[in-house]
Design a binder for this molecule. Sequence first.
Ligand SMILES: Nc1ncnc2c1ncn2[C@@H]1O[C@H](COP(=O)(O)OP(=O)(O)O)[C@@H](O)[C@H]1O
Ligand SMILES: [Mg+2]
Length: 300
Amino acid sequence: MAYTISADGLRKRYGDVQAVDGVSFDVEEGEFFGILGPNGAGKTTALEIIEGLREADEGTVSVLGLPPWPRNSKLLPRIGVQLQASSFFERLTAREQLQTFASLYGVPARRADAMLEAVGLTAKAGERVEKLSGGQAQRLSIACALVHDPELVFLDEPTAALDPQARRNLWDVLREINTEGRTIVLTTHYMDEAESLCDRVAIMDAGRILRMGPPATLVRGLDSPARISVPSGVLPLDDARALPGAGEAADDGVSLVIETRDPSAVVAAMAARNALTGVQIHGATLEDVFLELTGREYRA
Ligand SMILES: Nc1ncnc2c1ncn2[C@@H]1O[C@H](COP(=O)(O)OP(=O)(O)O)[C@@H](O)[C@H]1O
Ligand SMILES: [Mg+2]
């Protein structure tokens, strides 16, 4: 099967910085693929190479069966690109921005209104872009990337700096776009976003892909204990420590938390003691995988 994207051995150096250091991956048609990594990991650089905005020092890329570099005019109408720093034409309204993009791509101007509707900006159609909130501007830039109905969409940290409501609304928009059959490649440093949206993620740091797979598979591959918690007072700490299957346990006066690699044994023993009031069970998350792979030190 021909992949929608095939990247093989990509490398890119800026002076002393090896921004991308041997990146290879394939993306299938219709897939929602995430590149997850801390700041400076090389996500944007890798994406720009694949989008045809940057030339790789080494490696090969094929996008929809074509090489993206040098700029390929056959490819441009088939891909949508939302850049990390979105920029708009000055002093135009939201609708005029979209109409301008539409005319650049030779698609009917009425597509602009359909896109405003799709990203929930119909009420802001007549607003100048300078007056849009961060979340609204972000949604407009996604609408601009989609106005020509591309098969493949690239989104570079589309929800950075959005409030929780705007992020969730945007997730719905992105799911919808993907459900319609478009392939999406997104970069993010939000674990919950990757876990919720992506079919497959590549965890990237220092220019390399450290691990790749469906989020649930990556999480299952992490050998970390589950945490069972109940409100303090439901079960004495000493009793908790003595439960069959219990590992470390601690009580901070608000919650009693028991770590275990055998949660069913612990829960069964708690049930026998009638100590399941308010119980919560937390498994590992993609964030645990990410921290395990990339470490905990601060990034630039
Ligand atoms: N145009 C550039 N010139 C020089 N260094 C750059 C340039 N773009 C990115 N870098 C450096 O390359 C590394 C990777 O950057 P980038 O691809 O933007 O990572 P990310 O998107 O994951 O934050 C960083 O160390 C960054 O400072
Ligand atoms: Mg970036």
